[in-house]
Ligand binder design. Structure first.
Ligand code: KG4
Ligand code: ZN
Length: 334
């Protein structure tokens, strides 16, 4: 089954054709990052406008790279939640129009479910059940994936998402948006013991996260230094911050896995590109003789292929949309 999938939840206009949830036939991503960088973060109104301009060309290019016409595609899929509402609406309305014009069924896909499904494209052997750490710019969840479309949230952030914390700390250090990747690179040349930062815990909720105190601690260190006319060693601060975030993520993730009896662990979302998070998760899994999966770097960020992968399993579960499908800014993964 060939699915043409569309993604427009944030700042990438993307589409892909995916066969049977596992094979990418083509994938096109048009990123808006350069424009949002001018403002230090995503400007929702600009994002919506750029999606409108790009979507037609991205979908055409995707079909052309797969050497397919609409007649040779079996279904359409689109990210409908969660995300920036104006951005999501562009993809949803475009996909609804295509579905009406072609008569193809339309499959609505949850954005975080599709981040998890990025792993199915890279790891043909991966099947639920498993425990997944989903870490993106907007969410940080520990999710028990009992089946392809059955999920339970075990823990989540009480305030900032991990990616958001990385981006805000990086921005204060003068790095361009999105700062996570730049902070990760700087950290590779830094001493992670140089600064003592809080390792936040949420009382009584051993699987929940809190990153806003950590982010504020870094911002205060930088501001206090600049008021004294000093500047802090960015590599050391990056390394100390990255260690604190990754400690918190992996401590809770492994605690949840041990307590719930999971031995197959999966990373997903933009922050799963973080080099320390990947290394640490792999090491800890190897120590315990557990299975460890994460997406290749090109599938960690937003893309259409992961939407096509999850859409296949949503379709098998009977989840298709009618013409009244609407976008939703917030929606649980469960
Ligand atoms: O999943 P994603 O592409 O978009 C959302 O759904 O939010 O995640 C984007 C987030 C950004 O916050 C970005 O800075 C972060 O993923 N990110 C990283 C790295 N690469 C991307 N954070 C830390 N280390 C990285 N190497
Ligand atoms: Zn995402």
């Amino acid at each position: 089954m060939k699915i043409l999938a569309i993604e427009s939840s944030c700042d990438e206009t993307a589409a892909a054709v995916v066969e049977n949830g596992r094979t990418i036939l083509s994938s096109v991503v048009a990123t808006q990052i350069a424009e949002h960088q001018l403002y230090g973060g995503v400007v929702p109104e600009i994002a919506s406008r750029r999606h409108c301009e790009a979507i037609n060309g991205v979908v055409r290019e995707t079909l052309s790279q797969a050497a397919l016409t609409f007649r040779e595609v079996d279904a359409l899929a689109v990210t409908y939640a969660p995300g920036l509402i104006g951005a999501l609406l562009v993809g949803v309305n475009f996909a609804k129009g295509l579905s009406m014009a072609t008569g193809l069924p339309l499959i609505p896909v949850h954005h975080l479910r599709s981040h998890i499904a990025a792993n199915y494209l890279a790891h043909q052997d991966l099947q639920p059940p498993f425990l997944c750490l989903v870490v993106s710019g907007g969410h940080s969840h520990i999710v028990e994936v009992t089946d392809y479309t059955e999920m339970k949230i075990i823990g989540k952030t009480r305030d900032d998402a991990a990616g958001e914390a990385f981006d805000k700390a990086a921005r204060t250090m003068g790095m361009p948006y999105p700062g996570g990747i730049h902070l990760d690179k700087a950290a590779q040349n830094g001493n992670d013991h140089a600064f003592s930062l809080p390792h936040p815990k949420v009382d009584g909720c051993p699987y929940d996260f809190s990153f806003s105190g950590l982010k504020t601690a870094v911002i205060n260190l930088i501001h206090n230094a600049s008021q004294k006319g000093e500047s802090l060693p960015v590599n050391d601060l990056s390394a100390s911050f990255r260690k604190a975030v990754v400690d918190s993520l992996t401590d809770n993730f492994f605690r949840a896995a041990e307590n719930l009896g999971h031995t197959k662990l999966v990373l997903a979302g933009g922050v799963s590109a973080n080099s320390l998070l990947r290394e640490r998760t792999l090491q800890e899994c190897e120590k315990r003789h557990w299975q460890c999966y994460y997406p290749p770097l090109n599938l960690c960020g937003d893309n259409g292929a992961m939407v096509g992968a999850q859409a296949y399993y949503e379709y098998l579960a009977g989840h298709t949309a009618s013409a009244d499908l609407n976008a939703r800014a917030a929606m649980s993964i469960e």
